[in-house]
Design a protein. Structure first.
Length: 655
């Protein structure tokens, strides 16, 4: 027999949880809820870290936590702080007992771990604490003296690219805090820029997470319809425990849907790994590079049951995720076989308070058979970063724009599929991988290609976590079919990061010199001196390109057969309220290029993984839906992501 437990701000934890006598805290209901049960939370504000005690037994016998229909429910990792006293000008101070934090004081916890980067000369490290004025987060400074006179910063340097970027809200950079943690008390100084903190809503984060089990393997839980915010969650590299504001903590079958998630100090939704397979060993031990520990974590995970029967298969959909310091969605290993769809992700890592190599709107390692589809991702330092073991991964029907970089796929062997997307930022694609297929995308920025021969990464048996081998990235083995390239300025897209590297280019011209067929690749091998691995070392693989359209300066790969090259053309993303439109101006000759629908059967087999482009069930991949959901069953269809795209001026609603 299943039960429905009710929670309300007017309730009591001594009640029975009925609609008439609700509980006061969600955790009280979580202590009782079992498979098949529902916890319905009514309108109001709940300041607690929800720690489920049990999981469900199957998809049909899950435990559901939901906001009552039509009611606004907020769960916060923060506490309100009053009793501020002025110390001069717009600076105020307050002292709070450390008992407020329990065993975890975020103002004493550094943002640290593998792949975090603190530049030489940085006076001190940042901390997990944060201060919020009417919901707006502050910036940390290194001393109480610095709190008094913070400059308004209108520009910042993006650490990865070296490009100077504008700050969306310069006034926010003048809201600053500093903390000193003592044995029993923590003292805070904050500059409120003319606001009275005792008359406004001032909060500080005190909890690591908002909705996250303390133990792994609590499966089949649904979290629906909440506002979740203000958590002091730590830096989440792929070689450490990866707690987020919300997440399953190494489990299977969670559904996280229809939530409003914001102000995670680091990562909002975590589908990541746990600590037993490695926890910041590269930083703590210093004896091996981080990628070696990451490789070891893959095998360690296999030993504790990393497979489709026990881990992954989560659904993350229709969430709005914004204003997080590191990631909107993060995960290593634990994300396998998951679906991430219809989410709106923006302003991720744009405060630029701290920096490291694990930042993005979506940052996944080992995204085996993960589908990332129909998401809107913009105004992030990096839209989506797929790193290691991007195999069976499908990036479909997403809209990327106004990111410093849109899509980065690193040290992966494929097969992975990128189809019917718009990548409209100046730096559209970075490919430090091989074995990809790019079908019917609109690419409005540059494409950057790099080989990676200084570290080998795993590839897997198709649709499995079983490791089949590992290899370095020689580059190529990519497929480009029916894409529309419109311009792209390689001079401004990457800044310092491109110095001494292969320059990013508009179009596929970065492949010039690569073989244009597998037969040509084999001929190049035969022309080399005899020997086994020496014949393959440093030899780029074949690139298969056909049916693409290039305009406004974008250039085709020299080996592409019959590319369509056009002159002036434009494609612009326009926001009007909550709506997003694509406006295009294409020359008449654009209508001369149409293609029959593309399936996995039309794409050449991936060389290293020895695998085809398939659906999760092993059938050939089907790409019969365009970006806005129009069917593509009877062709032919134009290049690009829209079945109805044509010459002349066009305007299409995308979101």
């Amino acid at each position: 027999m299943t039960s429905v437990f009710h929670v309300a701000t007017s309730g009591s934890d001594d009640a029975d949880g009925s609609a008439e006598r609700p509980f006061r805290t969600i955790n009280r209901a979580a202590a009782l809820a079992g498979p098949g049960d529902t916890v319905t939370v009514h309108a109001g504000e709940y300041r607690e870290w929800v720690k489920p005690r049990r999981g469900g037994l199957s998809d049909s016998r899950r435990i559901t936590y939901q906001a009552a229909p039509g009611e606004h429910v907020v769960i916060k990792g923060s506490e309100r702080v009053t009793g501020w006293t002025t110390v001069g000008g717009t600076v105020w101070t307050v002292t709070v007992p450390n008992a407020l934090f329990g065993s975890f004081n975020p103002f004493g916890e550094e943002i640290a771990g593998d792949w975090i980067v603190y530049r030489p000369g940085t006076p001190a490290r940042k901390h997990l604490g944060d201060v919020y004025l009417n919901g707006v987060s502050f910036y940390e400074v290194h001393s109480a003296d610095e709190v008094a006179d913070p400059p308004a910063r209108k520009e910042m340097v993006d650490d990865w690219t070296g490009v100077t970027v504008g700050v969306e809200h310069p006034a926010q950079t003048q809201l600053v805090w500093h903390a000193e943690v003592g044995a029993t008390e923590t003292t805070l100084w904050a500059n409120f820029q003319g606001f009275d903190p005792n008359a406004e809503l001032v909060e500080i984060n005190v909890r690591r997470s908002v909705f996250y089990p303390e133990v792994p393997h609590l499966d089949y839980i649904t979290v629906r319809g909440f506002e979740l915010c203000q958590a002091a969650c730590p830096w989440t590299p792929p070689t450490a425990d990866q707690p987020g504001l919300i997440g399953p903590n190494w489990a299977k079958g969670w559904i996280i849907e229809d939530n409003h998630i914001h102000d995670a100090k680091c990562s909002a939704i975590s589908l990541g790994k746990e600590a037993s397979t490695g926890h910041n060993y590269a930083t703590e031990r210093g004896d091996k590079p981080g990628y070696q520990y990451q490789l070891e974590s893959v095998f360690a995970a296999r030993q504790i049951g990393w497979d489709a029967e026990h881990i992954g298969s989560h659904v993350v959909r229709r969430n709005t995720i914004h204003d997080c310091g590191q990631n909107g969605i993060v995960g290593h290993l634990g994300c396998v076989f998951s679906t991430i769809e219809d989410n709106h992700i923006y302003r991720i890592a744009t405060k630029r308070e701290f920096y490291g190599y694990e930042i993005g709107g979506i940052k996944l390692h080992a995204a085996i058979d993960v589908e990332i589809r129909h998401n809107r991702i913009h105004d992030c330092t990096l839209g989506t970063w797929l790193d290691w073991q991007t195999q069976g991964t499908r990036v479909s029907r997403n809209v990327f724009y106004r990111n410093n970089r849109d899509l980065f796929i690193e040290v992966s062997h494929g097969p992975y599929l990128v189809e019917h997307n718009i990548l409209a930022s100046p730096a559209a694609l970075e490919l430090f991988s091989q074995g990809g297929a790019f079908v019917h995308n609109l690419i409005g920025g540059t494409v950057r290609l790099e080989t990676v021969r200084d570290r080998a990464t795993p590839y897997h048996r198709p649709h499995s976590t079983q490791v089949a081998g590992y290899a370095v990235i020689e580059g190529g083995d990519d497929r480009w079919v029916g894409n529309l390239f419109i311009g792209g300025d390689s001079g401004t897209a990457y800044g310092k990061k491109a110095e001494g590297k292969t320059p990013p280019l508009a179009g596929t011209a970065g492949y010039d010199g690569y073989p244009a067929s597998f037969e040509e690749y084999l001929d190049r091998i035969e022309a080399r001196p005899p020997g086994d691995h020496q014949r393959f070392l440093g030899l780029e693989q074949a690139v298969y390109a056909r049916g693409n359209v290039y305009a406004a300066g974008a250039r085709p790969f020299a080996g592409e057969r019959d590319p369509l090259v056009l002159d002036a053309a434009t494609a612009t993303i326009v926001e009007e309220g909550d709506a997003v439109y694509l406006t295009t101006q294409l020359p008449e000759a654009f209508d001369d290029r149409h293609l029959d629908p593309v399936t996995g059967r039309d794409l050449e087999r991936v060389r290293f993984a020895d695998a085809e482009f398939e659906e999760r069930d092993g059938s050939p991949a089907v790409m019969d839906v365009d970006l806005i959901g129009a069917a593509k069953t009877d062709g032919p269809f134009p290049a690009g992501p829209l079945a109805g795209l044509g010459a002349g001026r066009d305007r299409t609603r995308l979101w």
